[in-house]
Design a protein around this ligand. Structure first.
Ligand code: GRF
Length: 204
């Protein structure tokens, strides 16, 4: 059984997709806790209703990034995670935190990295007039939105897209690739070599 801790800041739809896939597909994994940096994160209600332990580490109560990350790390480590999953966790993390979880910290970013790191990715995609947009699951390194890529999904950008319609199309794909990528990790199929992720064949 692998322990997974999921960090959220808001709605938590990616977290929910992972929890549901883990249960439906009977992964050899336990969602050990959902931790939020905001007390008002909508995803906390779902987690509690699903019987998953929740915790809140309020970022604005700490005077520095280092202090917040240390408190967050202590809370996460209570659950002895094999994998920490960032699912709409809207914080820039310090290098010591990222190093502590090297190789066991995953994120989903709503763009086809390395295009459009940072915020407002859908707006950026529309402004640049790209014809294809998407989402990326990657291991987290200290270099923001640039870690080794586990999975990507592409969607078309349509002529009449707004930020919302494009975000919705991307989110549908996020809910497919994130659970899949976490499952690969749980199955022990992912290795990182020279900054690239290798997926071993399914043993079954
Ligand atoms: C997702 O689009 C994710 O890629 C981005 O923030 C959004 C979070 O949505 N980082 P949710 O909280 O998982 O519903």
């Amino acid at each position: 059984m692998k322990n997974i801790v999921i960090l959220i800041s808001g709605r938590g739809s990616n977290m929910q997709a992972i929890v549901e896939a883990a249960r439906a597909e009977k992964w050899p994994a336990r969602i050990a806790a959902i931790i939020s940096n905001r007390a008002d994160a909508g995803g906390l209600d779902y987690a509690a209703a699903a019987g998953i332990p929740t915790a809140i580490v309020v970022s604005k109560n700490y005077s520095s990034r280092a202090e917040f990350d240390a408190a967050l790390q202590a809370e996460i480590d209570r659950f002895a995670p094999d994998l920490v999953v960032l699912a709409g966790f809207m914080r820039i993390l310090t290098a010591p935190f990222v190093d502590h979880y090297a190789g066991r910290l995953m994120n989903i970013h709503p763009s086809l990295l390395p295009s459009f790191p940072g915020l407002a990715t859908h707006q950026q995609a529309l402004s640049f007039g790209v014809k294809v947009h998407g989402a990326t699951v990657h291991f987290v390194t200290a270099d923001l939105d640039h870690g080794p890529i586990v999975a990507q999904a592409a969607v078309p950008v349509l002529p009449d897209d707004s930020e919302d319609t494009l975000a919705g199309r991307v989110l549908e794909q996020e809910h497919i690739i994130y659970p899949r990528a976490v499952r690969w990790f749980v199955e022990g199929r992912l290795t990182i070599e020279d900054g690239r992720v290798h997926l071993a064949a399914d043993a079954r």
